[in-house]
Design a protein. Structure first.
Length: 178
């Protein structure tokens, strides 16, 4: 991945911070660092946490029906492999009860280019296709869609449905209640 000249990505910033904190020298392979350097490192880590929280909030605002883990995974893969602008995912779309399965199937086909398998009395659609942020946003914005979840598949075939509606919210609640 190439970065614009002079820019620092998160990984490089973290690497610089770790190098600054763990400089080689005396004292069992590490030289002592000053209190001001320690404080600077803590400030940088706090800034990194703040930036991560802002990014996560932006994901939730734009992709409010999508599992945040799917958005994060997709964005990370797109940044790491610029030669693959649409990695393969198995995507699961959950719709409201009473939604016309044929209409949903056709809409998902038109959006993704892949015919979804239909489960759970026409409320759960699973498709295996290349995914980018534009496709994910189109799925998010379908009015009768309740949730979108998915998993990176790489070159493997789809395993079919892996999730139930509300899975990512249950995981989030479990983490928040610890």
């Amino acid at each position: 991945m190439t970065e614009p000249r002079g820019s620092i990505n998160g990984r490089d910033m973290l690497r610089q911070l770790i190098n600054k904190i763990t400089r080689r020298g005396h004292n069992y392979g590490r030289e002592k660092i000053t209190l001001s350097e320690q404080k600077e490192g803590i400030v940088e880590l706090e800034d990194l946490n703040l930036q991560s929280a802002k990014l996560a909030e932006t994901y939730r605002r734009i992709f409010y029906k999508v599992d945040p883990a799917l958005v994060f995974d997709l964005v990370t893969r797109l940044q790491q492999d610029l030669k693959n602008p649409k990695p393969m995912y198995t995507v699961e779309v959950f719709t409201k009860d009473g939604t016309d399965p044929q209409k949903s199937r056709d809409h998902i086909l038109q959006t993704t280019g892949s015919v979804p398998a239909i489960f759970d009395k026409g409320t759960h659609y699973v498709s295996h296709h290349r995914l980018n942020l534009e496709i994910l946003k189109k799925l998010n914005d379908i009015d009768y869609v309740l949730e979108v979840m998915g998993d990176y598949a790489g070159s493997a075939a789809s395993n079919g449905p892996q999730h139930d509606i509300g899975d990512w919210k249950k995981i989030k609640d479990k983490v928040n209640n610890k």
